[in-house]
Design a protein around this ligand. Structure first.
Ligand SMILES: Nc1ncnc2c1ncn2[C@@H]1O[C@H](COP(=O)(O)OP(=O)(O)OP(=O)(O)O)[C@@H](O)[C@H]1O
Length: 620
């Protein structure tokens, strides 16, 4: 490989602090690996004296693999590629062992006591209702943000619009609970490591001596506290080498702090700065458009990004009528090439994968997912719908009925259901209710109607049945009334129903639907082994990767950019919207040659609008 001037300088950089500010595809990871090799072979640094910190465990593994593949006879050298968490954990373990401090780690293991369960219970104790997964994720991110940005909970609440009831109480109770039970989570790991290092000069000097050179990849997603730990360990030698692209910072919600990198200039008078602005990955069309696109952000450092690559094909903006046309378009395009593994379908939200998987399977196109995290198949809405269909097929099924009687029209009272549970005979749940004394004529009439509805439901194919449950049995009203209470938007719940209907379209009865769901779930889990398939990924998980052809899908307002960022933007706060733009940019810059941006104007029966980013790109 012929390195350019800046790459060469960065690769040859020896002692002293350095930061590489770089564009996408400019060879950051490549340079970091070559510099590592250079330190060992030219500067004669012992491999065990070099620590390279990566963003995730997957990227630590990937780096090690790339290093061994690139440089002959390196497979056995003791070189460390580690995440900041596992590095911190080694320090923490050493301190706690030495001082006999007991603790239980409540994240990253399969203990029955884990962070999310604790938060779920505390939320219930404080708010008197159960929190949905999305809400718990919001609390989790909030706690992470506070710890990573090293701020107090009051400052957090002042600076951010937090839509979680009693967040402060939950936060304080969580902290007290852990303290009492001697538990720590991943964020505490960082807080404690920094504290132990500051407190224990023996520990600090031991770890300072362990490594002579520290390198950090994806520096833009390092949090404030992580950077503090890294700087503390790197001192006083300050052989710190950080590669970063602030335009690709996409973890602000969890406390990523790219500004910290720019403060290094003040802290280290001898800081070397290298600008790697040549993109080797993408065609000229893509580089030029992406460049103009990211320049719309205000909170960034300007770069002069360019490429010497050829023009290939213009970015393809595909505006379709319906979401199903989107899937058909992807299938048609994918079939044009034999090798699926060069293509990727990228999306903002994990749930977007469901429709794609259904279509890919129907067309027997293999797919690969690195991060299988699809909650869809176990979603409570799916369970609800199955309970409705169970009752339709077997009206004596009291178990299923208990799960849904309050989620439809008719106001069936809990004490009626409790009462009919005590009647031990084989009759439909409706007949049992009708036998209760003192029901008014109107109420009796309502129950009769529901009974007839369930009877009709029995004879419907799943797709029609789901619509009937939604509309005629008024499950939709239940969702609408309860969405916010559970921490969801109504739209996100409708989306679950939409995908369920999509999957059910070709099934004739409940049994077939259940089989189809199980099969798709199985394929999804298996897909991580299927390296020959088309790649399916969220943009967050596609960070650092590249593909010949990229489809970015579901580019509609409210999904991408997210509705939260739109609300904040309309109230004059630009940070979230700028992070959405960076995420969009990360997605586009994964492409080598063909980039397709897909949007549509109807999802289910609802009118939707193309993402503002797509409209903007159209004008570019
Ligand atoms: N000097 C060079 N000559 C030719 N190809 C190069 C050169 N430097 C890097 N590349 C290639 O460019 C592509 C991008 O490199 P790399 O993944 O290291 O970039 P990156 O800056 O880490 O990207 P990103 O931040 O967008 O994930 C790779 O295919 C790499 O092999």
């Amino acid at each position: 490989m012929n390195f350019n001037d800046q790459q060469t300088k960065a690769i040859n950089h020896g002692k002293g602090p350095a930061i590489i500010l770089a564009a996408p595809g400019s060879g950051k990871t490549t340079v970091l690996l070559h510099r590592t090799y250079n330190l060992i072979s030219k500067h004669k640094i012992l491999p065990e004296k070099i620590l390279s910190i990566t963003f995730s465990r997957a990227s630590a593994k990937e780096m090690k693999k790339r290093f061994v593949n690139n440089f002959k006879n390196t497979s056995s050298i003791p070189i460390t590629f580690s995440t900041i968490h596992s590095f911190s954990y080694s320090i923490l373990r050493e301190y706690t062992n030495r001082h006999g401090i007991p603790y239980t780690l409540i994240e990253g293991n399969s203990n029955s006591i884990n962070k999310i369960t604790i938060l779920r219970n505390l939320y219930y104790d404080i708010n008197g209702e159960w929190a949905a997964d999305e809400k718990l994720e919001g609390i989790n991110n909030g706690i992470g943000y506070i710890k990573n940005m090293m701020i107090g909970v009051d400052d957090y609440l002042k600076e951010n619009k937090v839509e979680i009831n009693h967040f402060k109480e939950i936060y304080m109770s969580y902290e007290n609970f852990k303290k009492e039970k001697k538990m720590i989570d991943f964020d505490d790991m960082l807080v404690l490591t920094l504290d132990f290092l500051k407190r224990d000069s023996y520990l600090l000097s031991k770890w300072r001596n362990k490594y002579d050179f520290i390198q950090v990849d994806e520096g833009q997603d390092t949090s404030k506290i992580q950077l503090e730990i890294i700087k503390l360990i790197a001192k006083p030698k300050n052989n710190l080498f950080i590669v970063a692209d602030d335009d690709q910072s996409i973890y602000g919600f969890r406390g990523a702090f790219p500004q910290g990198l720019f403060d290094l200039k003040r802290e280290f008078k001898d800081l070397s700065i290298f600008y790697m602005e040549e993109n080797y990955r993408s065609s000229r069309n893509i580089v030029s458009v992406c460049n103009k696109f990211i320049r719309q952000n205000k909170l960034r450092y300007n770069k002069n990004i360019f490429t010497k690559n050829n023009y290939v094909s213009p970015i393809n903006i595909v505006k379709l009528n319906t979401i199903t046309e989107q899937y058909e378009y992807i299938i048609k395009e994918l079939k044009k090439f034999a090798d699926y593994s060069n293509a990727a379908i990228l999306y903002r939200n994990n749930i977007s994968s469901i429709g794609v998987i259904e279509y890919l399977e129907n067309n027997k196109i293999p797919f690969h997912m690195r991060d299988v995290n699809v909650k869809f198949f176990n979603h409570w809405i799916i369970k609800d719908i199955i309970s409705f269909l169970n009752v339709a097929n077997n009206p004596e099924d009291l178990n299923s009925f208990e799960k849904i009687y309050f989620k439809m029209k008719g106001f069936i009272y809990k004490n009626y259901v409790d009462y009919i549970k005590t009647l031990n005979y084989d009759k439909s749940v409706f007949d049992r209710i009708l036998e209760i004394n003192d029901l008014s004529r109107d109420y009796r009439q309502k129950i009769m109607e529901i009974k007839i509805d369930f009877n009709r439901l029995k004879n419907m194919a799943p797709h029609e049945a789901i619509t009937f449950i939604e509309k005629s049995l008024e499950y939709e009203i239940y969702l609408k009334e309860n969405a916010l209470k559970f921490g969801y938007t109504f739209d996100s719940l409708k989306t679950i129903l939409y995908y369920l209907k999509l999957i059910s379209a070709k099934t004739e009865n409940l049994e077939e639907l259940l089989r189809r769901l199980k099969y798709l779930e199985y394929l999804t889990f298996q897909s991580k082994y299927n390296t020959k398939g088309v790649n399916l990924s969220t943009i967050h998980s596609a960070k650092g990767l590249e593909y010949d052809r990229v489809f970015m899908i579901d580019l509609i307002e409210g999904d991408f950019p997210s509705s939260n960022s739109i609300d904040a933007f309309e109230n004059g706060k630009i940070q979230l919207m700028e992070e959405e733009r960076r995420l969009f940019y990360v997605g586009m810059t994964r492409t080598k040659n063909n980039l397709m941006l897909l949007t549509y104007s109807n999802k289910s029966e609802k009118k939707v609008y193309p993402s503002r980013f797509v409209n903007e790109l159209e004008n570019l």
